[in-house]
Design a protein around this ligand. Structure first.
Ligand code: AHR
Length: 330
């Protein structure tokens, strides 16, 4: 499956270059079969759920941007279940929307429904998360973060933090939803960087499903079976925040007894970072709405779009979090 994904990535990279050269797959003039012919674009959006602060901010961004762009939005919340997302996409196809956008809960298993959309000539835009389909013509573009790079940034901070130590560093990892792109890629990017030094040992790694409640529950189990945890790497802020409750419940000091790295940089995470309970956050931007609406207008008009649109992101130390918090929008 990893080989398959790498091939997909290579194909995608190829398509990006082709698109930049003006011969990409986005210039399909039969771009849309959907909707009433009133000039107004209707978008069907199949959201993952409401599992985290990041997701809430992402939903808000999509809803507000659709309104601002004059796009009629049909929105569904899949409650983290792939079958619900597939049902929602099929319903959008039946309703003949002009464009479908979705954030796939997991990477695999989308080919059939994407082929149905293609047969109905409804363009599809992936937002936030990728699919592992080998046929990249099944969607027009993929807008979102580079999750592998996010994992690498987390790993690089850790390597720097322990550069003067030769002792073993015991790490526990709270993974995102099993099979999801951010869980797979954040794990891979982190492992790639820390794997270069044998002192770093991931002694436990389990899913916390990107939720605060599960993050707490799994961290409690980690603490019971591993007395010597030095570092927690959580694939999102919410799981990290749940884990902080577990660490405090076990009589330890988060950020000191156990160093914590998370991903997202939502307000609650940034507050914990400013308070010294988290040590480092890798940003993942949920504000995808404005770019999504621009891309939607272009694909519906049959214009070319790049095969991959990356979001710009940074990282935060406690000092940087203190400076950013007063104006942090989410
Ligand atoms: O796909 C993005 C991830 O999904 C965010 O990092 C996480 O918080 C969310 O649930």
């Amino acid at each position: 499956m990893i080989v398959f994904k790498r091939m997909s990535a290579l194909l995608l990279a190829g398509v990006t270059i082709m698109a930049a050269a003006g011969c990409g797959s986005g210039g399909d003039t039969t771009a849309s079969a959907g909707g009433a012919d009133d000039g107004k674009i209707t978008m069907g959006f199949a959201q993952v759920g409401a599992e985290s602060g990041w997701r809430t901010a992402n939903t808000k961004s999509i809803q507000e941007s659709a309104k601002a762009a004059g796009i009629e939005l049909k929105f569904s919340d899949a409650q983290q279940k792939q079958e619900n997302q597939i049902k929602a996409i099929r319903s959008y196809i039946q309703q003949k929307v002009d464009v479908i956008a979705f954030s796939p809960v997991v990477e695999s298993g989308w080919d059939n429904v994407l082929k149905e959309a293609q047969t109905a000539k409804i363009p599809v835009i992936l937002t936030d998360r990728a699919v592992d389909s080998a046929d990249t013509s099944l969607y027009k573009t993929f807008l979102g973060s580079d999750f592998v790079e996010e994992g690498r940034k987390a790993g690089k901070w850790l390597v720097e933090e322990y550069k003067d130590s030769t002792d073993t560093v015991n790490i526990v990892e709270l993974q995102g939803t099993t099979g999801s792109a951010p869980a797979n890629d954040r794990k891979a990017g982190f492992a790639e960087v820390i794997g270069a030094e044998s002192k770093f040992k991931v002694i436990a790694s389990q899913t916390g499903d990107f939720t605060r409640a599960k993050g707490k529950e799994v961290m409690e189990a980690f603490l019971k079976s591993n007395p010597d945890i030095d570092v927690l790497y959580a694939h999102n802020d919410d799981m990290g925040l749940g884990a902080i409750e577990a660490i405090e419940g076990a009589g330890k000091v988060p950020g000191k007894d156990i160093k914590i790295i998370t991903v997202d940089a939502v307000k609650d995470g940034m507050q914990a970072l400013a308070d010294g309970k988290i040590n480092f956050i890798v940003e993942c931007s949920p504000i995808l709405g404005p770019q999504l609406m621009d891309l939607a207008k272009k694909v519906v008009a049959g214009e070319q779009v790049p095969a991959r649109v990356l979001t710009e992101e940074t990282t935060f130390t406690p000092e940087q979090a203190k400076a950013a918090l007063p104006t942090r929008p989410y």
